[in-house]
Design a protein around this ligand. Structure first.
Ligand code: FAD
Length: 415
């Protein structure tokens, strides 16, 4: 049966949910406070559809590393600024509780299940609907290691099969000649054959065009300011424009804006914004600019060729005051990038960006039902929102249609 579904938020998570719902025959109204979809955290992220590298941030050893990183200043991959905020301290305590090998493995398994399903859903949408125009490529992901001990440890963890291969430095260079300028600093690499890259903002735009053309979708440029409850249901959403939006079912997919809507309903999401940065530079022709997706493991930086540009993304700032660009962090990002790929493109023309990952302390998103009969969550995708968006949207569409989730949701539900 076709339902009227309201979605709060037009980032990649809200857009993928809308697309999956319209495909399943529902009518969707999406409320987005910005003028277009995909302008907040989904705008200039790393572009990685990192289906096989989904290990959550909290892990054994991270608290010790975080102390070393605090001493390292602006060049550290992770910066922590303590604030007088109960929200920050509660999140940090839950994060520390998740910093155990067993918990990391368990949550990594939940993320892997969701990520592999996401790859299958995107493949279905691309093949059946001819989705294109978002710089999508499946040419694998090469993770390079500067330290031989971390490389040896990573190589030891590769499961048998053809999906991942450990490569010598020479083999890394044969695969990606642009690494030639740092060859003497590398210990080796792990290549995941089937990982993909794409432009997340363009993906949101492509979904928007398809949705508008479907005749079963409308987008309101407005802000959700509250909810009208009636017993165990949410009857309508109040909007900043003064009107109300009624719907049979409501999905909360408002990224960092989600908690403000959930709190008055008594729903704790435990989200915290983790800031990161990116650079997008016009790619040079020739061998100086990487063609495949490269991750610099020790510097925690990702590189993706998205059409005519190279996207570089990195860093986690916990406790940043706002979403603005910290010039010291951006200088480090530029320097690291220029040092690794000096001939990748024209650095003075690089576009700078900062975004805030809507993150749970465990690194796993919150999908599905809430205590309210018609109010659903699709939030907390942290550093993997683009990777996980198609699966998360499809799962919500199945649940709203009254079917069972297509994958086991253990570890991926609220509460
Ligand atoms: C530096 C960096 C690099 C990253 N790299 C990758 C990567 O390589 N691969 C990957 O998979 N992920 C990556 N991510 C993570 C990914 O970008 C996020 O997980 C994803 O964009 C989150 O999507 P979202 O839809 O939940 O949030 P958003 O994109 O922020 O969308 C939420 C939307 O809700 C709207 N909204 C909020 N409140 C309201 C309200 N009250 N009313 C109406 N609208 C509202 C906002 O305007 C916004 O558009 C990266 C993130 C960063 C910061």
């Amino acid at each position: 049966m076709s339902k009227q579904v309201a979605i709060i938020g037009g980032g990649v998570i809200g857009m993928a949910s809308a697309y999956a719902l319209v495909r399943a025959g529902h009518q969707v109204t999406l409320v987005e406070r910005q003028t277009q979809p995909g302008l907040e955290t989904s705008f200039a992220n790393g572009g990685q559809l990192s289906y096989r590298y989904v290990s959550p941030l909290p892990d054994a050893g991270v608290p010790l590393k975080a102390i070393a990183w605090m001493l390292q200043g602006a060049s550290a991959p992770l910066q922590f600024r303590p604030r007088l905020s109960s929200e920050q301290w509660q999140w940090c305590l839950s994060f520390l509780a998740a910093c155990r090998r067993s918990v990391n493995r368990r949550n990594g398994g939940h993320l892997l299940r969701l990520a592999l399903y996401s790859q299958a859903v995107l493949q279905q949408w691309r093949e059946q609907d001819g989705l294109e125009g978002f710089a999508w490529k499946r040419n694998g992901k090469l993770v390079v290691y500067r330290s031989s001990s971390t490389f040896a440890a990573a190589a030891g963890k590769i499961a048998s099969g053809d999906e991942q291969r450990a490569l010598s430095v020479d083999e890394c260079l044969a695969l990606e000649p642009a690494l030639g300028d740092v060859a003497d600093k590398l210990a080796g690499g792990i290549f995941s054959v089937s990982d993909e890259t794409a432009d997340c903002y363009l993906f949101c735009q492509v979904l928007e065009q398809r949705l508008q053309a479907s005749g079963h979708y409308r987008r309101l440029h407005d802000q959700v300011t509250g909810t009208h409850r009636e017993g165990s249901r949410i009857k309508a959403l109040s909007l900043a424009s003064g009107s109300a939006l009624a719907a049979d079912e409501i999905i909360l997919a408002a990224g960092n804006g989600s908690q403000a809507i959930a709190t008055p309903l008594g729903i704790k999401l435990g989200l915290y914004p983790l800031k990161g940065y990116s650079l997008s530079l016009p790619a040079a022709n020739g061998a100086g600019c990487p063609r495949i997706s490269v991750t610099d493991f020790d510097r925690k930086m990702v590189y993706a060729r998205l059409g005519g540009q190279l996207r570089v993304a990195a860093m986690v700032d916990i406790g940043a005051r706002d979403a603005g660009i910290d010039p010291r962090r951006m200088r480090v990002l530029r320097a690291h990038c220029q040092d690794t790929f000096p001939r990748a493109g024209h650095y003075p023309d690089a576009r700078e960006w900062a975004g805030q990952r809507p993150s749970t302390a465990t690194g796993t998103p919150l999908l599905g039902a809430t205590p309210y009969d018609n109010f659903w969550l699709n939030v907390g995708h942290g550093s993997l929102g683009f990777t996980l968006a198609c699966a998360s949207g499809q799962i919500l569409a199945e649940l709203i249609g009254g079917a069972a989730s297509p994958i086991d949701l253990t570890g991926l539900r609220a509460g």
